[in-house]
Design a protein around this ligand. Structure first.
Ligand SMILES: NC(=O)c1ccc[n+]([C@@H]2O[C@H](COP(=O)([O-])OP(=O)(O)OC[C@H]3O[C@@H](n4cnc5c(N)ncnc54)[C@H](OP(=O)(O)O)[C@@H]3O)[C@@H](O)[C@H]2O)c1
Length: 194
């Protein structure tokens, strides 16, 4: 697939590495004039926003109608400057992003994974879970496929409302990795019984 990645930081580069290894075409959208956000999104079939949630409004303005009808992946964790969860219970960062880009299909995914593990979706021989939530089934399936292509086990996490639960899951990952000093060599997976 043709995938635009907005943001070239830890997450943007890790997902680009995993997706291009799987044969997907990547184009970055950045603040650099040579990599315009809107052009990358116009070219792409799927757009990944790998930027802090605090700039979603600016990025949504830059994207404009280029994402209409397309899957837009929201990887963000909704942190305050003091590393608290900034939203919850009645909405989520992903649902707020959907309001900014109403004609796109926002897909919450990858926020429960450390960037260091996003290139392979694996840790110690185990596949990590990529929880994927979206209101549009086609977009959700497309992103589940991309996650599987990287190496994750994709888990259908329901509608976009599930972002309210996935965003706190991202917080426990951050708390374990940084607060409790387990480091970034940890990850979450779903274990299913018989
Ligand atoms: N790091 C992780 O382990 C991890 C895990 C899960 C989820 N996340 C989420 O992933 C997102 C990115 O995190 P990160 O660790 O990759 O952060 P990062 O390394 O700081 O990268 C963020 C990127 O966004 C770019 N950016 C900022 N404003 C922009 C704009 N208006 N237009 C285009 N690009 C813009 C930055 O460019 P400049 O440097 O030029 O400002 C930078 O390249 C965040 O929402 C975070 O919560 C991170």
């Amino acid at each position: 697939m043709k995938i635009a990645i907005i943001g070239k930081g830890n997450v943007g580069q890790a997902l680009a590495g995993g997706l291009s290894k799987a044969g997907h075409e990547i184009r970055f959208g950045t603040k650099e004039p040579k990599e315009p956000v809107k052009e990358a999104a116009e070219w792409a079939e799927v757009i990944i926003l790998a930027v802090p949630w605090t700039v979603h409004k600016d990025v949504a303005n830059a994207l404009g109608t280029a994402v209409d009808g397309k899957a837009v992946v929201d990887v963000s964790n909704i942190l305050t400057s003091s590393f608290e969860l900034a939203l919850g219970f009645t909405t989520s960062g992903a649902e707020e992003l959907q309001k900014l880009l109403p004609k796109s299909h926002i897909v919450k995914a990858f926020n429960t994974v450390f960037a260091q593990n996003m290139k392979t979706g694996r840790l110690g021989g185990e596949r990590l879970a990529a929880f994927v939530a979206c209101d549009d089934d086609g977009s959700k399936k497309a992103v589940q496929k991309l996650a599987e292509d990287i190496g994750f086990e994709a888990v259908d996490a329901g509608t976009l409302k599930s972002a309210r639960y996935l965003e706190p899951m991202g917080m426990i990952n951050i708390t374990l990795g940084y607060g409790l000093k387990m480091g970034t060599g940890i990850g979450l997976r779903l274990v299913k019984g018989e």
